[in-house]
Design a protein around this ligand. Structure first.
Ligand code: OGA
Ligand code: MN
Length: 302
């Protein structure tokens, strides 16, 4: 059986059909899915209705899975398996989160353009998000194609950003929202890491930007100058012509390639339930290593 592919843009965001992800996927089909991901960067499978175990099993066919709970405190009671990021607005007893809840406030950072786990030394390769309950209004997810955004940069800008190294920290995206209430232990647990600003996307062999709300400074330039450049690049890369908005249906599974995209959640009424669950596949090596760069001495001395 061969999968069907329906691209919604020439090289970005495709619907995939004729495959049941509740069963182990055969190597040939898996190869077709990965080839579609390499080309389109974001793919959606409708009507899958995966259980958590089925989602975990399928995700593990794509590579080693991340475990979650990086910045949540010891009293946090998880609702889901340790391989699932809980992207819902529900607590462990399936009650709606209050606006002061730390998990809700942290979840708001998903509304800033980002790519997953860029605040880790070993970044995410793929994220898989499934829709269990979708709010009646809002709660869409937007995706941006960093390869198309790169292609559209001026030659001057391409030259200027080549080989630059960026510091990422989860506390940057939280600080953007004014959420700075972290204990020392949480901060020590997630020290800043370093990534490329641009590299060749290993899947498509196309040049791409690597940007995220977690990016905080560029080595070799004063902090404000680096931040302004990051700000300008994110603004450039998220123009409507590089983006696609996904309106969720229950049972959808969306996979995105974190190495060459950004995404953000959109607003919805928090008195309605939105239950989304994510598994995350780790990349094979840090971006810096894959790109053959070295972390500047300035960064390691800090
Ligand atoms: C994520 C994420 C966006 C959304 O799961 O990594 O950013 O729309 N989700 O929930
Ligand atoms: Mn995310």
């Amino acid at each position: 059986m061969t999968i069907t592919i329906n691209p919604l843009h020439p090289d970005f965001f495709a619907e995939i059909g004729n495959v049941d992800l509740r069963q182990p996927v055969e190597p040939k089909t898996l190869g077709e899915i990965i080839a579609a991901l390499d080309k389109y960067a974001v793919v959606v499978f409708h009507d899958q209705h995966l259980s958590d175990d089925q989602q975990i099993a399928f995700s593990a066919q794509l590579g080693p899975l991340e475990t979650t709970r990086q910045t949540l405190r010891a009293d946090y009671k998880p609702r889901l398996n340790t391989h699932m990021s809980d992207i819902s607005n529900l607590d462990h007893q399936n009650r709606l989160l209050e606006r002061e809840n730390r998990r809700w406030m942290q979840g708001l950072a998903n509304r800033l353009w980002h790519t997953d786990s860029s605040f880790k030394r070993l970044q995410a390769k793929y994220s898989l998000l499934s829709a269990h309950v979708v709010p009646p209004k809002g709660g869409d997810t937007e995706f941006a194609d960093m390869r198309a955004a790169y292609d559209a940069l001026s030659d001057d800008m391409k030259r200027r950003i080549e080989g630059l190294v960026v510091e990422h920290s989860i506390f940057n995206s939280r600080a953007t929202l004014g959420f700075t209430d972290f204990v020392e232990e949480e901060r020590k647990g997630l020290p800043p890491v370093h990534h490329v600003l641009t590299w060749t996307h290993p899947g498509s062999k196309r040049k791409t930007l690597y940007l995220a709300s977690h990016a905080g400074r560029i080595f070799g330039m004063p902090v404000p100058e680096g931040r302004m450049l990051l700000h300008d690049l994110i603004e450039h890369a998220t123009q409507p012509k590089f983006t696609h908005t996904h309106r969720w249906k229950v049972g959808d599974l969306v996979i995105w390639d974190d190495r060459c995209t950004m995404h953000r959640a959109r607003d919805f009424d928090m008195s309605t339930v939105r239950d989304m669950r994510r598994t995350t596949v780790s990349d094979v090596a840090p971006t810096i290593e894959q790109a053959g760069l070295t972390v500047p001495r300035e960064a390691t001395a800090a």
